[in-house]
Design a protein around this ligand. Structure first.
Ligand SMILES: [Mg+2]
Length: 306
């Protein structure tokens, strides 16, 4: 466990550190309330527990914990335990401590035994918290990832599309466009080689395209054999080049499964933002029309409106 200890009395802090080290904890120190807040902010994701003295200069323990709980909320961090340490056994102080965002209150001098027992209990809470954070992360990733290819799913792509376009529009002279890529005659592949092979083609196409995806781009599977792209370039020509490269890469790639070579090509419809076409729905609709145009004029090509 990583523990933040805050105490203005050097000997108290040292003793506490020693005890905690014996219990196998890693310790971060603060000499007053102000320092406790900044140490917490600097180690946001790491701290499992805070042990904090009540009587301290600058910010006292209660004020510091109030500030820490605010930082925690702003950063959407899960709850972690805070234990107040104080020489005063005043009932009002105990109440104030809990109200300020503390979970427990220990009276100084702190017995090693009591501390060890408390730490044991806190370890359970901290483990629970880690599991919660882990499962939240997993849920988030499941909700945004395509199960087959591991890239973004339709929901994530669509939600991100507007955000990405807004961000890019504010960047000024960057060129960017939204594309819908669809594999040509994919039904034939499924029918002739089976769905297992069809799935392999989808996985390989996703990873081929992924090689050409940069940090500011967006790439996701919209469903079936259809993929969504947002690509960025410094010039219109550069942008066209990027889409052409992806289309060509799929055309040239040797898709071989169980000794059979499968011909795979893709058609892409590409649209840039204009006055008439700027919302997510308008962009996807227009890209879809251009994709249809690419299909009807022979497939294995890109049609643009940029
Ligand atoms: Mg003190």
């Amino acid at each position: 466990m990583k523990v933040l200890i805050a105490d203005d009395t050097n000997t108290d802090r040292l003793l506490l550190k020693l005890h905690l080290a014996k219990l196998g904890c890693q310790v971060i120190e603060a000499k007053n309330g102000q320092e406790a807040v900044s140490q917490y902010s600097a180690h946001l994701n790491e701290i499992d527990l805070i042990l904090i003295d009540v009587q301290m200069p600058k910010l006292n323990g209660f004020e510091a914990v109030k500030a820490i709980r605010e930082v925690q909320q702003q950063n959407k961090q899960e709850w972690f335990p805070v234990i107040f340490l104080s020489a005063s056994a005043n009932e009002k102080d105990v109440e104030d401590g809990i109200m300020a965002g503390g979970d427990d209150y220990l009276i100084k001098p702190i017995s090693q035994k009591v501390l060890a027992a408390k730490m044991h209990a806190m370890k359970r809470i901290s483990d629970m918290r880690s599991r919660l954070v882990e499962s939240n992360k997993m849920l988030e990733s499941l909700a945004s990832t395509d199960y087959l290819t591991g890239i973004a799913n339709r929901r994530f792509f669509e939600v991100s599309l507007e955000r990405v376009f807004d961000a890019l529009t504010n960047e000024g002279d960057t060129c960017f466009a939204c594309g819908i890529l669809d594999l040509d005659k994919f039904k034939d592949i499924n029918d002739s080689f089976g769905h297992d092979i069809g799935d392999k083609v989808l996985i390989d196409v996703a990873s081929l395209v992924q090689e050409h995806i940069a940090e500011n781009d967006l790439f996701g599977r919209l469903g079936g054999e259809e993929f969504g792209l947002v690509l960025v370039s410094e010039s219109r020509e550069g942008l066209i080049q990027r889409f052409e490269t992806i289309q060509k890469r799929i055309e040239d790639y040797q898709f071989v499964y169980t000794g059979q070579l499968i011909e795979v090509t893709a058609s892409i419809g590409v649209v840039a933002v204009s006055d008439e076409c700027k919302t997510r729905n308008q962009l996807l609709k227009r890209a879809d029309k251009l994709l249809y145009q690419a299909k009807t004029s022979g497939r294995n090509q890109v049609c643009y409106d940029i």
